[in-house]
Design a protein around this ligand. Structure first.
Ligand SMILES: NC(=O)c1ccc[n+]([C@@H]2O[C@H](COP(=O)([O-])OP(=O)(O)OC[C@H]3O[C@@H](n4cnc5c(N)ncnc54)[C@H](O)[C@@H]3O)[C@@H](O)[C@H]2O)c1
Length: 376
């Protein structure tokens, strides 16, 4: 399946690092409106370039466009791709507003095209293992979930020095302006909706704790929430609390609390992270959570470690491979458009809560998705 990339920024290097795992995907060209960056990226990886998005879209051999532009460009770029008859794999968020996200999904549906949004971490070995443990009822009926997406006090870190493999500085102004909830809620939202089904309501609070982030540039807006907390009620009855921040110390833990015990992992950004079970134990008249954590074996040996570096042991290209396989096999994708839309709606609702707080009823839902064939 021939693919092309629009947006050769910081994250494009992450995609390049695991693309070799998928020889069925052929990257035929890239484009970026920043021509210096396009040249730097294309030279580093020896890839052909297109002079513009229009030239890319006119190339009939391209079946999937991978939209790696900044979040506020996603809607326009994805729309142009769909209107040109291309399937779209977009970085998150699908769009910055719910009407725009719905519009993209509608255009795709009208034209018989697929659109999916990252993250694809649900397709990772750790997520698939947690999901299998839940299907096997390892902790009994699930009552409550705590999911944390805290990334430490980013504005105090030397983020101006963070540079991707091929030389793109981390786009900190854009990250601060878009906000950590839009950027990161999806990493757990996409797991939770797969495990527990569509959400019914979400009650949230979000706030900007560090206005302007002490940067060297003027942020617009300067008060994007850098902290949010949300309680999601799923149609299945499960309740989850999700926290996102770039203020509290790094913590990406997940705890799934059931009647028979707790399933937990340390970090959803690590596809090889171990899955643990703590069991509710009865001795005489005492009932307590056994402090000894037992490892629940990963469903398969993770593929990523050889290809990734740094704190994020993730396979960004796996989502494109899933889309290509779904198109090729003419089946529903595990990252189908309705799933991406629902996850996007949740993240936007949480981000938009602000300090007044917000009780929000989801307006979208999705049909069930299925685990990876190697995790059944
Ligand atoms: N930076 C990260 O660590 C990271 C990690 C995971 C996901 N993401 C996501 O990846 C996406 C891109 O982030 P990034 O960090 O690579 O941003 P970036 O700013 O480094 O790169 C975006 C690139 O897109 C180009 N671009 C924007 N609009 C365009 C258009 N209309 N046509 C052609 N090129 C265009 C820009 O010139 C820029 O080079 C975002 O959605 C972000 O949420 C980023």
């Amino acid at each position: 399946m021939k693919i092309a990339i629009v947006g050769c920024g910081f994250v494009a290097d992450y995609y390049m690092s695991t693309l070799p795992l998928y020889p069925q995907l052929e990257l035929v060209g890239v484009t970026d409106k920043n021509k210096d960056r396009q040249h730097q990226f294309a030279t580093y990886y020896s890839i052909p370039t297109y002079d513009s998005l229009e030239e890319l879209l006119a190339d009939s051999q391209v079946k999937i466009v991978v939209n790696l532009t900044d979040p506020r460009s996603h809607y326009q770029v994805s729309k142009s791709c769909l209107e040109a008859g291309k399937h779209v794999y977009s970085e998150k968020p699908l769009a910055m507003t719910i009407p725009e996200a719905k519009d993209l999904v509608q255009i795709a549906e009208n034209r018989g095209l697929q659109i999916s949004s990252a993250p694809c971490s649900l397709l990772g070995e750790t997520a698939q293992t947690v999901w299998k443990a839940l299907r096997e009822n390892m902790v009994g009926p699930v009552r409550l979930v705590y999911a944390e997406m805290d990334d430490g006090m980013v504005h105090q870190m030397p983020y101006q020095k963070w540079v991707s493999k091929s030389g793109k500085p981390w786009p900190y102004a854009d990250e601060f302006e878009v906000g950590c909830t839009i950027e990161h809620a999806g990493y757990y939202v996409n797991w939770l909706t797969a495990f527990f089904g569509p959400a019914e309501t979400v009650t949230s609070f979000s706030s900007c704790l560090i206005p302007n982030k002490e940067t060297d540039v003027e942020l617009t807006p300067a008060d994007t929430p850098d902290f949010s907390v949300a309680c999601i009620k799923f149609q299945s009855g499960v309740v989850a609390r999700l926290t996102c921040s770039i203020v509290a110390p790094h913590d990406h833990k997940l705890s799934i609390i059931g009647d028979k015990g707790i399933l937990s992992i340390h970090d959803c950004w690590d596809y090889s992270d171990s899955v643990y079970i703590q069991r509710l134990t009865r001795i005489g008249r005492k009932v307590f959570m056994n402090p000894i954590k037992q490892k629940y074996p990963l469903v398969r040996k993770p593929l990523t470690s050889k290809y990734t570096r740094g704190a994020q042991n993730m396979d960004f290209s796996r989502g494109i491979a899933e889309m290509a396989a779904a198109i090729f096999e003419n089946r529903r994708s595990r990252m189908a458009a309705d799933v991406s839309l629902h996850n996007n709606e949740l993240a936007i609702a949480i981000h938009n809560a602000f300090e007044g707080g917000c009780f929000y009823k989801l307006t979208t839902s999705f049909d069930a998705i299925f685990p990876m064939y190697w995790a059944k």
